[in-house]
Design a protein around this ligand. Structure first.
Ligand code: NAG
Ligand code: NAG
Ligand code: NAG
Ligand code: NAG
Ligand code: NAG
Ligand code: NAG
Ligand code: NAG
Ligand code: NAG
Ligand code: NAG
Ligand code: NAG
Ligand code: NAG
Length: 717
């Protein structure tokens, strides 16, 4: 019965008339040799026996049954095994060379398993296999050359990507692969030069993917002979030198990527235009030093242009607007200058991302961008743009990420009125603009329904924390630091249900810390807002040059009220902010005791209460804050003993300085009688070990985090 079934299935695939089916059935019934050969069965069983975990294959691969019926095996009509396809089955162990003796095998796909050891030579040199895919395993060792006497091999597709292969990449082997179409060796640790002979013998060679390895040396000129090459990817290696002229003879190229290497030199206009089929050009993270060639306009199919993080300069040629298929333009971190009004963006209806971060652009906001109705992410940060935003910006209904940080834009009231109707806006970063203007406190500002991240830091704005903020009901992160805002922290702050990052430091806020603040829902519980979870920013947000955030949820839960004029007590209810990772109340006028309840904030990594007027003793249960890596209570009027033998006593004297009545082993003033210091020193030494062990990794994560936020984060958004 089983056999009949399978024959039916087979016949469905092939256009055999039903009389033919009947015939085949009859023949099969009559013949006893209609299964795979004994040799094939034993080769497969040998493969099975060399697996240390077979992912349940053994139940299907029974010696007594026809191996054409086995799971993952496909046979041709004449019962020869043609396909072995065992993907994503968690199989472990070595790949047996016995697969090489399946004389009719065409396709072998073992991707997404846990196979280790070498890729057997017998597979590469097989005289039948046309497709090998062993990607996403743990195969290791070198890839060996084949003897030069080997006759031409039929292999067309070889995917060995995402394994642990090492060593020099073989070169002579490709000479015998006369049928090779695609070679994918990305994400291994191959070293040495990229071979140049891929196309000398393989006229159909179309895909070469070598990214994420350690290839060095220059780009081989021989690749220019690859007249069928469509995809060339060698990003994230150590390649050096220039783009060879010969490369541009490969005129079938659609995807060219050398991102993140050490390439230098120029991108010549006369070369680029030869690649008229190019859809993706990625030369980011290199040392190219040139202008964007004017002839780029002739690449009508260009969809993605990545030239970020180079040393390119000059203005963007107006002809860029002729690349009407463009979707992504990434020019960030170069030295481009000039204004953009010469580029008519109206001709780029598909443009979704334009990133100009950290260049030297000047002039007004390029108005023609307003007609890019598909634009979702626009970043002009850290340039020299000036002037006001104009109404058209409100028409960009797809816009989700807008960063204007660190330019010289003016008229914040106007900017907010225009942007409020951009319903899809989720991230709006406008810090370091609008210098010395007044924070609009206008009831007519509404909208921003989906806004999750708002930054207006470093604008030196006067006025108050504005009344329209509670209307931003999706807000999760608010950066208002380094302005000149006065007045109290408003009670409505706790009505922002999703707010988990609040930085209002370095203003002139007055009054007491409102109890509403210590009831902020996202900070009082571990709960994670639904949309807060895994949403990625449309563009990564940079903390400094190399550090980036890709997701909102990567930010810690933070409350920073430092450097204001807050008075009164630290409310004892502060102990409710259990989810808080960083609390900074420094440089205020807070008085009274450090509330005992602060010791409930057991997730805290940073606590800064320095430069206030706090009195009383240090609660000994602060030692419960086991993860704390930055702690500062200096310059208050605290007294008594620094609690011994726990996390607190591991901090240096700088954390306690400026409290003349405080004593402890790390301070100039030791406590009590002659014998006390000896005891406490011993105790600290004993207990030092475990808290310090905690301190280092968390410090590394967090010290970078909050410390640089105000300075760098706000500048480079
Ligand atoms: C191998 O199988 C995986 C998973 O089914 C598939 O994604 C991949 O394209 C296959 N490889 C080849 C070369 O067809
Ligand atoms: C391996 O690479 C080949 C050729 O580039 C491709 O066809 C195949 O889909 C890739 N396999 C997986 C699992 O992605
Ligand atoms: C290379 O293989 C990987 C899987 O390891 C796949 O994701 C990628 O798309 C392949 N590249 C090409 C150009 O086919
Ligand atoms: C590289 O390979 C590792 C291990 O197989 C895998 O976890 C990772 O996702 C791969 N990276 C890429 C960019 O494919
Ligand atoms: C390939 O490039 C070289 C150097 O740019 C050039 O001299 C040669 O004529 C080109 N060959 C073809 C076939 O286009
Ligand atoms: C940027 O380009 C200008 C000329 O446009 C030049 O004066 C300046 O030195 C360049 N800066 C850097 C960092 O290369
Ligand atoms: C920009 O292009 C649009 C559409 O092609 C056209 O209508 C408009 O006149 C152009 N603007 C300028 C200033 O050339
Ligand atoms: C910006 O361009 C001006 C001249 O246009 C140049 O003097 C200045 O050095 C450039 N700035 C940077 C950071 O390269
Ligand atoms: C606004 O965003 C939503 C959700 O991301 C999306 O489905 C919708 O198409 C966007 N609207 C526009 C006009 O792009
Ligand atoms: C505090 O804000 C002022 C502007 O109001 C700014 O000049 C100063 O650099 C800021 N200080 C810090 C430490 O960010
Ligand atoms: C706390 O905030 C103050 C004022 O903004 C700042 O100077 C200080 O560095 C912050 N403390 C820590 C540990 O980051």
């Amino acid at each position: 019965m089983q056999k009949l079934h399978s024959d039916k299935r087979q016949s469905n695939k092939l256009p055999i008339p039903s009389i033919g089916v009947a015939l085949v059935l009859l023949l099969n019934f009559a013949s006893t040799t209609s299964s795979c050969t004994e040799q094939e069965r034993s080769s497969l069983l040998r493969f099975l026996s060399e697996l240390s975990r077979d992912g349940g294959l053994a139940t299907s691969w029974q010696d007594s049954t026809d191996c054409c019926q086995w799971e993952g095996i496909t046979c041709s009509q004449d019962r020869t095994v043609t396909d072995v396809s065992l993907t994503s089955r968690s199989i472990q162990g070595q790949i047996s060379p016995s697969l090489g003796s399946l004389t009719g095998l065409l396709r072998l796909n073992l991707s997404h398993n846990l196979l280790s050891g070498a890729l057997p030579q017998e597979l590469m040199s097989s005289s039948s296999i046309i497709v090998i895919d062993v990607s996403f395993n743990r195969l290791n060792g070198d890839l060996h050359e084949l003897p030069s006497s080997t006759p031409a091999r039929p292999l067309q597709v070889l995917n060995i990507s995402s394994n642990l292969f090492t060593g020099q990449f073989p070169s002579s082997i490709w000479g015998v692969m006369k049928n090779l179409v695609a070679l994918n060796a990305s994400n291994n640790s191959f070293t040495g030069h990229i071979p140049s002979n891929f196309c000398t013998n393989s006229p159909s060679f179309a895909v070469l993917e070598l990214s994420y390895n350690q290839f060095s040396g220059s780009i081989p000129t021989g690749l220019g002979n690859c007249s069928m090459l469509r995809v060339l990817m060698a990003g994230h290696n150590n390649l050096s030198g220039t783009l060879p002229d010969e490369l541009f003879n490969a005129t079938a190229l659609e995807h060219l990527s050398f991102a993140d290497n050490n390439l230098q030199g120029t991108l010549e206009g006369e070369n680029v235009v030869k690649l008229s089929k190019l859809a993706t050009l990625d030369l980011g993270d290199n040392n190219f030093s040139c202008e964007i060639p004017h002839s780029i306009c002739q690449l009508k199919r260009l969809k993605e242009l990545h030239l970020n993080n180079n040393k390119m300069y000059g203005s963007v040629p107006s002809t860029l607007a002729n690349c009407t298929s463009l979707i992504i333009v990434d020019l960030k971190s170069n030295n481009f200058s000039g204004d953009l009004t010469n580029v008519n963006f109206s001709n780029l209806p598909n443009l979704k991302t334009l990133d100009l971060l950290r260049n030297n652009f000047s002039g007004k906001f390029p108005e023609s961008i307003y007609s890019c109705s598909s634009l979702t992410a626009l970043r002009l940060s850290s340039n020299k743009f000036h002037g006001q935003l104009s109404k058209g910006l409100g028409n960009m209904k797809s816009l989700s990420f807008l960063s204007l940080t660190d330019n010289s834009f003016t008229n914040i009231a106007n900017a907010l009125q225009i942007l409020r109707s951009s319903n899809n806006l989720t991230t709006l970063l406008m810090g370091h603009n609008f210098l010395n203007e007044r924070m609009p406190d206008d009831d007519s500002i509404n909208g921003f329904e989906n806004l999750q991240v708002l930054s207006l830091s470093g604008c030196w704005l006067s006025g108050k924390i504005p009344r329209w903020l509670p209307k931003l009901s999706s807000l999760e992160m608010l950066f208002l630091q380094s302005n000149q805002l006065t007045g109290p922290i408003p009670d409505w702050i706790s009505s922002l249900h999703f707010l988990f990052y609040l930085d209002i430091s370095n203003n002139s806020l007055m009054g007491e810390i409102p109890t509403a603040l210590v009831q902020m829902p996202m900070l009082t519980s571990e709960k994670v807002a639904a949309q807060w979870d895994h949403r990625a920013f449309d563009l990564p947000i940079y903390r400094y040059l190399s550090f980036q955030y890709r997701m909102v949820s990567a930010f810690p839960k933070v409350l920073n009220l430092g450097n204001n004029e807050l008075t009164g007590l630290i409310p004892p209810e502060i102990g409710q902010l259990k989810a808080l990772l960083s609390l900074n109340l420094s440089f205020n006028e807070l008085s009274g005791d450090i509330p005992q309840s602060i010791c409930n904030l057991t997730d805290l990594l940073l606590l800064d209460l320095s430069s206030n007027k706090l009195t009383g003793t240090i609660p000994s249960s602060l030692n419960n804050l086991k993860f704390m890596s930055q702690f500062n209570i200096s310059y208050n009027d605290l007294e008594g003993t620094v609690p011994d033998g726990g996390q607190i006593s591991t901090f240096l004297s700088t954390s306690f300085d400026g409290n003349p009545r405080l004593c402890g082993p790390m301070l100039a003033r030791h406590c009590g009688s002659a014998e006390t210091p000896i005891v406490s020193t011993k105790q600290t030494n004993d207990k030092d070990v475990s808290p310090l062990a905690f301190m280092i990794p968390f410090g590394a994560f967090f010290g970078l985090g909050v410390l640089y936020d105000q300075i760098v984060l706000s500048r480079f958004f």
